[in-house]
Design a protein around this ligand. Structure first.
Ligand SMILES: Nc1ncnc2c1ncn2[C@@H]1O[C@H](COP(=O)(O)OP(=O)(O)OP(=O)(O)O)[C@@H](O)[C@H]1O
Length: 296
């Protein structure tokens, strides 16, 4: 698993993230196979990730969600199609608009990723785990420690700086993972089932915390999840993917007010969105099961 947040260009402390638009244009990816049929993971995926907004990607297992994220991260090259990144101020509905909007083409934005596996270095303290990406980028000790402390405070882990990962619960370790991504002040934050390995109660608390963090960060965020509830709670837009080969089946705007919390899940609009997405997903899951059953 690659280390998190090790890109070379690190914004200076407290400058805040510059949001990035990601345009995915007719992207396809085929995994070759030495024996048997190649796997068509993605077919002609076109979608748009708005600057400063949270976009959730949801779809049946194996439809290519993680593959799409890996392409955006630059770890996989698409077989066809292209990606475009545009730097500019965030204009997500829940964030304050900037006074002089502008945007410029951008080669590769500064990205950070939070994976389901914690991937912390067991021999480093929590502070040194969070500061790792800054250390790799050559940021001096005093600044990186100050930034790491501030990131830990954002995820309610002030006071745990000198502990080691084994001394923390799973939920706390995942918050360290989140702090490690946030400390890099990424223009693009990629979240691949970040809470998938956690128990239900811890997951609820972390979803609420993440909702609060993304509301204030201004970073463009892409969240891959299996949870409809998580998608509706966190996202401005939800992309529902088809069964493999993955395409975008629907793009759904989530117009629930922010701040959102568990109380939001009792809003009738939440239930309506949940049912709509469940209906779309159910069709795709049944289609995926039929394809697998047919041996395709
Ligand atoms: N390195 C690889 N080589 C060959 N096939 C692969 C590789 N990585 C993924 N696949 C296949 O590509 C398809 C898409 O995989 P991917 O992990 O992107 O799906 P996903 O939607 O993220 O799945 P899940 O929800 O189960 O995590 C699957 O059929 C998977 O088996």
């Amino acid at each position: 698993m690659p280390p998190v947040g090790t890109a070379a260009a690190v914004p200076a402390a407290s400058t805040g993230a510059v949001a990035t638009t990601v345009a995915v244009e007719q992207v396809g990816l085929v995994f070759p196979s030495r024996s048997g049929e190649p796997t068509v993971a993605l077919a002609d995926v076109s979608c748009h990730f708005a600057p400063g907004a949270v976009t959730a990607i949801i779809g049946p297992s194996g439809c290519g969600k993680s593959t799409l994220l890996q392409i955006i991260r630059g770890f996989l090259a698409p077989t066809h199609g292209r990606l475009r990144f545009v730097a500019g101020p965030g204009d997500a509905p829940h964030k304050a608009p900037h006074s002089a909007p502008h945007s410029t083409p951008h080669s590769t934005p500064h990205m950070a990723t939070v994976w389901q596996a914690f991937n912390l270095f067991p021999w480093r303290t929590i502070l040194d785990n969070v500061a790792f990406g800054l250390e790799v980028a050559g940021v001096g000790r005093a600044e990186r420690e100050a930034r790491a402390r501030a990131a830990l405070a954002k995820v309610d882990l002030a006071g745990f700086e000198r502990k080691y990962p084994r001394q923390l619960s799973g939920g706390m370790r995942q918050r360290v993972g989140l702090a490690r991504a946030l400390v890099m002040e990424p223009e693009l934050l990629l979240l691949d089932e970040p809470f998938g390995a956690l128990d239900a109660q811890t997951r609820l608390v972390l979803q609420e915390q993440l909702a609060a963090l993304v509301e204030t960060s201004g970073t463009t965020a892409i969240l891959v999840t299996h949870s409809i509830e998580e998608a509706v709670l966190l996202a401005d837009t939800i992309l529902v993917m088809t069964a493999r080969p993955g395409r975008i089946a629907a793009e759904i705007a989530v117009d629930l007010p922010r701040p959102r919390s568990m109380a939001t899940t009792r809003d009738p609009r939440f239930a309506a969105l949940f049912d709509h997405i469940y209906g779309l997903l159910r069709q795709e899951v049944i289609r995926a099961m039929a394809t697998e059953g047919g041996g395709a």
